[in-house]
Ligand binder design. Structure first.
Ligand code: NAI
Length: 286
């Protein structure tokens, strides 16, 4: 049978999660997605009304099938963690079983197991603030949504992952080089995510024969990136300064993801893989 993938962090057809879903679908995988609860309604409605049909097109002309959409809020591990005001919030009250533990249980009940786990989500409420002006609460929220969310997802999904499976996340060069503007502790969150990739690769490798890698992606004008405020500048900077002077397509990250979770990458684990037109290798902008 084909492989089954759970992709956390898909809420429209613009981001890396969507592109990864498409590359995996084109390679024959069955696609399940986890969608942030507040974005669930509009995503499902748009899907149903055919708004994404053009971008669902796969290279063979068929349309990507999303077998099931699960509501997910990856900052909560189990129902006991959810504050009362969130429980009472209309958007959250309209869905159920969206904590990480419950989503893993639902996927287990629905499908038994998965082969591929993708983490394509991040959130930093103070991302537009310099680190020097970031509050403790904002910093910890960035780490919770963007780094620990991955530890939690892998923790809860590992027991239902078939041996030989693989997992990936998305990171950004701001973890290792100073990128003014990528604030609020988001640079710290990506540093944590990359370090955790190495430790989780060891632990999940030994425990479940699962590979763990992260893709350090170039700038893309996704919904999340537009919220940061300087994405167009970053895209232009990359175009001017990278070894490859071309637009970076989300599909190029999708294709690398498909490679990394496939048997072609069977000896690659714990790695940060750059998909950025080579920008990370430059030491002097010319
Ligand atoms: P996106 O907006 O398509 O994806 C982010 C997703 O995270 C959204 O669907 C949002 O609903 C979801 N999300 C936020 N908080 C959540 C929570 N608590 N629980 C569940 N889902 C939640 O944007 P993009 O840019 O494709 O982001 C995907 C990943 O790629 C992120 O990790 C991001 O940091 C990373 N990345 C993006 C780059 C860019 O230039 N766009 C560059 C390098 C890495």
């Amino acid at each position: 049978r084909g492989k089954r993938a759970f992709i956390a962090g898909v809420a429209d057809d613009n981001g890396y999660g969507w592109a990864i879903a498409k590359s995996l679908a084109a390679a024959g995988a069955e696609i399940l997605v986890g969608t942030w609860v507040p974005a669930l309604n509009i995503f499902e409605t748009s899907l149903r009304r055919g708004k994404f049909d053009e971008s669902r097109k796969l290279p063979d002309g068929s349309l990507m099938e999303i077998v099931k959409v699960y509501p997910l809020d990856a900052i909560y591990d189990c129902p006991e963690d959810v504050p009362e005001d969130v429980k009472a919030n209309k958007r959250y009250a309209g869905s159920s079983n969206w904590t990480v533990k419950e989503v893993a249980e639902s996927v287990k009940n629905d499908f038994g197991s998965i082969d591929i786990l993708v983490h394509s989500l991040a959130n930093g409420p103070e991302v537009t603030k310099p680190l020097l002006e970031t509050s403790r609460r904002g910093y910890l929220a960035a780490l919770s949504a963007s780094s620990y969310s991955y530890v939690s997802l892998l923790q809860h999904f590992l027991p239902i992952m078939n041996p030989g499976g693989a997992s990936i996340s998305l990171t950004y060069i701001a973890s290792e080089r100073a990128i003014p503007g990528y604030g609020g502790g988001m640079s710290s969150a990506k540093a944590a995510l990359e370090s955790d990739t190495r430790v989780l690769a060891f632990e999940a490798g030994r425990k479940g024969k699962i590979r763990v890698n992260t893709i350090s992606a170039g700038p893309l004008g996704s919904r999340a990136a537009k919220a940061i405020g300087f994405i167009e500048k970053m895209i232009e900077y990359s175009y001017v300064n990278a070894p490859l002077q071309k637009e970076m397509l989300a599909d190029e990250v999708g294709n690398t993801a498909a490679f990394l979770v496939s048997p072609l990458a069977s000896a690659i684990t714990g790695s940060t893989v750059y998909v950025d037109n080579g920008l990370n290798t430059m030491g002097l902008a010319v």
